[in-house]
Design a protein around this ligand. Sequence first.
Ligand SMILES: Cc1cc2nc3c(=O)[nH]c(=O)nc-3n(C[C@H](O)[C@H](O)[C@H](O)COP(=O)(O)OP(=O)(O)OC[C@H]3O[C@@H](n4cnc5c(N)ncnc54)[C@H](O)[C@@H]3O)c2cc1C
Length: 417
Amino acid sequence: MKNGVVIVGAGHAGVQAAASLREDGYDGPVILVGDENELPYHKPPLSKTFIKDAEARPQPLRGEAFYTGHAIDYRPGIRIDSIDTAGRKLEIEGGGGLAFDHLILATGSRPRVLPLPGADLSGVLSLRSLADARLIRDLSAHSEDVVILGGGFIGLEIAATLRAAGRTVTVVEAVDRLLGRAVAPVVASHVRQRLEATGVRILTGTTVASLEGENGHVSAVVTSTGERLSARMVIVGIGAVPNVELAQAAGLTVANGIRVDQQMRSSVPDILAIGDAASFRHWFTGGDVRLESVQNATDQARLAARTISGHADTYSAVPWFWSDIGDMKLQMVGLTAGGDSHVVLGDLLENKFSIYHYAGDRLLGIESVNRPGDHMLGRKMLGAGFSPTPQTVAAGPDGLKAALAAFQQDEPARAAG
Ligand SMILES: Cc1cc2nc3c(=O)[nH]c(=O)nc-3n(C[C@H](O)[C@H](O)[C@H](O)COP(=O)(O)OP(=O)(O)OC[C@H]3O[C@@H](n4cnc5c(N)ncnc54)[C@H](O)[C@@H]3O)c2cc1C
């Protein structure tokens, strides 16, 4: 074990993997390599607060002393170019190599590029990194009109944030609803109504024909209906693609992400992959997925560290996600694709409600808007393998808590019987 573990990518997954290796007692070298020149930072605040506040500072995932204090050799500003799987060695861009016993690929994802004329004009930006967020913040200070392409979580968070900062914001979404299939239609239309009430203009079922510029800087977005939307800044938020090129070139199996098993091992067992870059069969649905969430990145990182430390745990974390869009805290737990009925608790008019999704009599997941208690209880229920009946849900949180407690009390008897 002289070369230890090398982790490529110092985002949410990579940093957690390094920390978890030490928590699990791993005492070999741990080298964390990242191509950004920053102390690793939290990404979610970038779209929610950072871009509207000139004074905001990045929020470090761990303080600088953490890395030295835990003998984690963090090397910023280094990009890995290729993997020699047989020789267990990495090639560093610009020269040099790095040997490993185990490799963890935590390379994340990057914004999907807009395949349109004018997409390379200055002022056409996307948001993934702190460097991107700084560009958006700086340009936004001099931009009255902002057009956001894509009505997904990041696009809508940015829309709400920049609207609150006084910009004129238009969102252009190709399909006929917001938030794709990530949330139920009732949640998507609620989000739309509230954003529109703040003055955000939303065009669904609308594609972009071209981007126009003046002196190399974007000046307008021309829609498929021929409307010309004036824009000093255009933010492209049309989804993300996993960073799999390193793995692919090294011959690892890739299918919408670097393919991993239940212990986060790739098709080359000493190379693991985690976070946005990894695709896997999800225990909860039995389907193949690639999840872009802080929960998935950190839980997979913990598991990868366990695997390297010789444990045989398998991935069983309950998936959850959050998004803050203006005055709405959206929280999702479970995976709700394939649901065929639902129960609503709370009140849409009060901007506080939860949707409990069912497939037959099995609770698949819960989407909450400003009802954090429902979300936390949902995490407990799904984590315990408890599926309350729709009638129990409809009776409200107190009845649900009691039903969960009764289920957990019966658990030993159920396991034995
Ligand atoms: C603006 C924004 C808001 C978000 N909000 C939420 C939210 O509210 N809730 C939520 O759950 N999730 C949110 N997410 C998603 C969440 O941040 C990601 O799921 C998470 O960052 C994934 O972690 P990761 O470590 O896999 O990837 P990343 O955090 O992207 O880290 C990957 C790192 O690897 C580096 N890298 C890639 N290739 C190489 C290479 N060859 N050599 C060296 N380094 C390399 C990348 O530059 C990057 O620094 C948000 C994401 C963004 C961008």
